[in-house]
Write a protein of this length. Structure first.
Length: 609
């Protein structure tokens, strides 16, 4: 904290307070920087949207972007880590002109580079292995993943058998007339190939019109379970609970037992500990007539609908629209995850028709404060329709405030940049050794100095056709520091990390090491930059956007710098009155009405040069 060099007046103090209030509220915004970044995606066709990934794909720890495409022309953008944003990347993939739905990065063979899995709606799915030199090799024909066309949509990676290699679940949006109306589970063999084990693992329930899956651990028993959402009110969502070793079937469908057997036109499953009780809650999106469902975990994996009688009424996070991806992100870093809901429509993504006819509700944003929600009143969430399907969260400029990318209908993606404020943060990236290298399925708990704690779980495939950054971001508000960070790894081990400094990026390994990756200068990364903002001062900082009271004027010719009746005070660093009675304008030795009249006559007059 800097020390003020002069005593502020009451008016000055009020202005400072007002400025702080404006900064705090203004920071709770996502600024649309789409025009500045211009990420060309050409999302002008296809059926029910296309996926987006915000995961680092080139191994430099900076968030990158990948977009699926209705004509198979996948788009890749490498993050620069600054305000420049992204640069296009061409992996020279072989032509495959089919409708891609999901793009999902993961290190499936634990060799230190990222591999790419892509689902297709009307063609065989594809797997590309990283070659260690920044390239991708198509191994689809030999990797063990079925090459029949199964109308695939969402997919997710998770190491359900804890052998250190990521397994894969694929959702198929099939109908009862399809030859194979099931979803697919693939067990990782550990050598870059997979074996389908859908039936053997008890996951062969008919998966008609399945949109997305997510590997979760709702009951905190250390075993990964599987949540599958399905479209239409005649198809209940599934929850496959993993059973202890030695059970007849590894997974048993327990949607009805846990309250997760919701039958709605379900589009997205979005998991977060929104109420801060260290268990994972879930938000489901759907058609307006179905309502979106905010469901609370009782700590043992059982869910109830949070309705009018609950602490957080469902209608507080309700959107009167056809909703698709929902994403949790702490926009203002106050320590409570906020909720973004993307709104689209339920027709073919026919671009000219959409622009001329369909104009659905704008996307919605709900600010979370201690588990209570307030709908954002910014114009972009009130009047500007974006027509969104899949979204993903990351931090492209590394300023510690989350950004959101929407694979919106149109020629360019929508990018909403987080606005920094005075709240603290920390970001955690995991590297497994006994567990899978990406740390997928790990639970990260940050214990703050005030005794509070926050939980994140690392996923690969979530929401609706989305993949968020593998960086786990924690808003810390005005906390004084972090006591320790706890990581519960998929292997069953737990590591404890101390000395974690706020407002920085940390790489934590399963071996117990903690490495700070960058020392980010907020003045260069577009963050909150304190300094002298007065251009005439000797130490004026052009990049400063918050005045910290440090302005100095001792570089000037002091005798000629102060005006008539004032002298330079070396200790205060300011011009002060040369008399003990600075308001005696007429020199009478008293402050009288005559002095007030002199002041009023001179008030609001221009000063001589």
């Amino acid at each position: 904290m800097s020390i003020m060099k002069r005593r502020p007046s009451i008016t000055h103090a009020l202005l400072i307070l007002l400025a702080c209030l404006l900064i705090t509220r203004g920071s709770a915004q996502l600024a649309d920087v789409s025009n500045a970044l211009q990420l060309e995606t050409q999302h002008t066709g296809g059926f029910l949207g296309a996926g987006v990934s915000f995961a680092d794909f080139n191994g430099d720890y900076i968030d990158d972007l990948t977009f699926a495409d209705f004509q198979g022309d996948l788009k890749f953008f490498a993050g620069t880590g600054d305000e420049e944003g992204f640069t296009p990347v061409d992996f020279n993939l072989p032509a495959y002109p089919h409708e891609a739905k999901m793009v999902l990065w993961a290190d499936i063979d634990n060799d230190g580079d990222q591999d790419l899995f892509v689902t297709y709606r009307l063609a065989a799915n594809k797997l590309f292995l990283g070659d260690g030199e920044g390239g991708l090799t198509d191994v689809s024909a030999t990797c063990g993943i079925n090459q029949a066309s199964r109308k695939s949509y969402g997919a997710s990676f998770g190491d359900y058998n804890a052998d250190g290699f990521l397994d894969l679940f694929v959702c198929n949006y099939t109908s009862s007339s399809d030859e194979y109306p099931f979803n697919e589970l693939y067990e990782n063999n550990g050598d870059g190939t997979f074996a389908e084990t859908t039936v053997a693992q008890g996951l062969d329930a008919i998966g008609i019109q399945s949109f997305q899956s997510q590997w979760v651990d709702f009951n905190d028993d250390g075993l990964l379970d599987l949540h599958v959402i399905r479209d239409r009110v005649v198809h209940e969502n599934y929850f496959f609970e993993q059973q202890p070793a030695g059970s007849v079937l590894p997974f048993i469908e327990k949607g009805a037992d846990t309250g997760l057997d919701i039958a709605i036109n379900c589009m997205s499953t979005s998991v977060a500990d929104f109420d801060g009780d260290l268990d994972s809650d879930v938000y489901l999106t759907a058609f307006a007539e179905d309502m979106n469902w905010l469901m609370l975990n009782d700590g043992e994996g059982n869910f109830g609908i949070d309705d009018e009688d609950g602490d957080v009424p469902m209608n507080q996070v309700q959107v009167d629209a056809i909703c698709w991806a929902a994403n949790w992100l702490d926009v203002d870093n106050n320590g409570w995850e906020d909720l973004h809901v993307a709104n689209g429509y339920s027709v073919y993504t026919n671009y000219p028709q959409v622009l001329g006819i369909y104009n659905d509700e704008p996307d919605a944003l709900f600010y979370n404060t201690e588990g209570e929600f307030t709908e954002a009143d910014e114009p972009q969430f009130q009047t500007e329709s974006t027509l969104s399907f899949a979204t993903a969260v990351g931090d492209y400029n590394r300023d510690g405030f989350p950004d959101l990318v929407s694979h919106a209908v149109g020629e360019y993606a929508q990018v909403l940049r987080g606005t920094p404020n005075t709240n603290h943060w920390v970001k955690i990236l995991l590297e497994g050794t006994e567990s899978n290298r990406d740390g997928i399925g790990a639970r990260v708990i940050v214990h703050a100095s005030d005794g509070s704690s926050q939980l994140r779980m690392t996923y690969a495939g979530e929401n609706y056709l989305g993949q968020n950054s593998r960086w786990e971001a924690f808003g810390l508000g005005d906390m004084m520091g972090i006591s320790w960070v706890e990581v519960q790894w998929p292997s069953g081990s737990t590591t404890t990390h101390t000395g974690i400094v706020m407002d920085q990026h940390w790489l934590l390994t399963e071996e117990g090491t903690s490495t700070q990756l960058w020392q980010i200068d907020p003045c260069l990364s577009g963050g909150l930059c304190p300094g002298c903002t007065y251009p005439e001062a000797c130490n004026y900082l052009e990049l400063a956007n918050v005045d910290d009271g440090s302005c100095a004027f001792n570089c000037f010719d002091v005798p000629n710098s102060c005006g008539p009746g004032t002298v330079w005070d070396e200790a205060m660093g300011w011009c002060v009155s040369s008399t003990d009675c600075p308001y005696d304008f007429d020199g009478s030795g008293y402050v009288t009405v005559a002095d007030l009249l002199i002041f009023l006559i001179a008030f609001n007059q221009p000063c001589p040069n």
